[in-house]
Design a protein around this ligand. Structure first.
Ligand code: NAI
Ligand code: MG
Length: 368
């Protein structure tokens, strides 16, 4: 990847700016030591943006987000904005970014680091070496389907939503999953409820067609969502890439995340449609929120955000070697026994947000 990679950093609220500070440390290390220069722009989002401009994200920031190569987001929200009208709530900024950038594929890796194996509630032998990627369809399905609402029919009140997917919506998210699998364990599990839902039968058919047409060399199996939930807890090692719809993905990605036991370690990516040149809009962010309870105390774990940055290198800039380096540095600081408070355990060394960031740079220095 050549220079001039445009990056928009939206640190947001609460611990967002603190954890993003440690990503900046990594960015300047990459500039100095690996001569990778990002064209870095920073802006406000969420409550911070509301305080400054009266909206959760400005049109000018949206224009930037639409024109850069990748967006890196911290977290938004906090009790300070609880009484703000819904349309201007901090989350509205996040939703607008996802919607306007058409980020339909949400990637949620669940990786268990050996050093943190005790953080999982499952037995070590069940989760050791775990490395799953969940691909959740993010912009369609029952969270958006029409009609939705409440109604009175024959004097009885009803509440309803509509689960609906078009063929292109399933096709494009399936392709993202197959492409990812090719670079990982070469296996995709497609998840729905084809036993009881027509939309599930259709999902299975479209994924099978994509597989047959373009990805015959990737192993594909189909699984019902309830069974998938069981299998994630029983034998998670059987999965490589899981692709599923918005609703099931919401639930199964949280379930898989907790196999790792540490919210402060979980990154995510959201990808848009590829254009003719292969470029995709993309946003990278930690799974956790703004953690108002520890904000401003230099306590937050920056690793989820650092790992989100590493996903950005891998998926937006094809810089797999640099991403590997950062992932290895994360593994090494943990192996060395350094822990922020959220992942602290007996015999480990407690470090601050900045302490963790500095240690990470120390590991990068050793390896580069
Ligand atoms: P949260 O993820 O912010 O915090 C949950 C718990 O985990 C807290 O005890 C927090 O201290 C801890 N925690 C989270 N991230 C951590 C980190 N990096 N290091 C150490 N500890 C960490 O979720 P919560 O408390 O439900 O929400 C707080 C605010 O964040 C709310 O305003 C919520 O709307 C917002 N939120 C924003 C998200 C986003 O920006 N994508 C996602 C989830 C929540
Ligand atoms: Mg987040």
């Amino acid at each position: 990847m050549s220079a001039n990679m445009k990056l928009l950093m939206l640190a947001g609220d609460g611990i967002g700016p603190e954890v993003m500070g440690e990503v900046k440390r990594v960015i300047s290390w990459m500039d100095k030591r690996r001569h990778v220069a990002f064209d870095l722009d920073e802006d406000l989002v969420g409550g911070a943006c509301y305080d400054a401009h009266g909206v959760a994200v400005t049109d000018a920031t949206m224009d930037k987000a639409m024109s850069v190569d990748a967006v890196l987001l911290g977290a938004v929200g906090g009790p300070k904005w609880d009484d703000v009208a819904r349309a201007h709530r901090p989350e509205a900024g996040l939703l607008r970014l996802r919607k306007d950038m058409d980020l339909f594929a949400n990637l949620r890796p669940a990786v268990v680091f050996d050093a943190l194996i005790d953080a999982s509630t499952l037995k070590p032998e069940v989760v050791r070496g775990l490395d799953i990627m969940i691909v959740r369809e993010l912009t369609a399905g029952v969270y958006f389907g029409q009609p939705r609402g409440t109604d009175v029919r024959d004097g009885v009140r009803y509440g309803f939503d509509t689960q609906i997917y078009s063929e292109p919506e399933i096709d494009r998210v399936a392709r993202v999953a197959f492409d990812l699998a090719k670079k990982r364990g070469n296996k995709v599990t497609s998840v729905e409820k084809a036993n009881v839902m027509e939309s599930g039968v259709f999902w299975r058919e479209v994924v099978s067609n994509v597989h047959r047409e373009a990805y015959g060399d990737v192993a594909l199996n189909h699984m019902y969502a309830d069974n998938c939930a069981m299998q994630l807890v029983r034998w998670p090692g059987q999965f490589d890439v899981i692709v599923t719809d918005n609703l099931f993905g919401d639930i199964l990605s949280d379930c898989a995340a907790m196999l790792t036991g540490s919210l402060g370690m979980l990154p995510s990516a959201s990808l848009g449609e590829a254009d003719a040149s292969g470029f995709r809009r993309a946003m990278y962010e930690p799974v956790h929120g703004s953690a108002p309870d520890i904000a401003g105390q230099n306590k937050a774990n920056p690793l989820a955000t650092v790992l989100s940055f590493s996903m950005m290198l891998r998926y937006s800039f094809d810089m797999g070697a640099d991403a590997d380096l950062i992932d290895a540095a994360v593994k090494n600081v943990l192996a060395a026994g350094l822990r922020t408070a959220d992942i602290m355990s007996d015999g480990a060394t407690l470090v601050s947000t900045e302490g963790m960031g500095r240690a990470l740079i120390g590991e990068l220095d050793k390896m580069a």
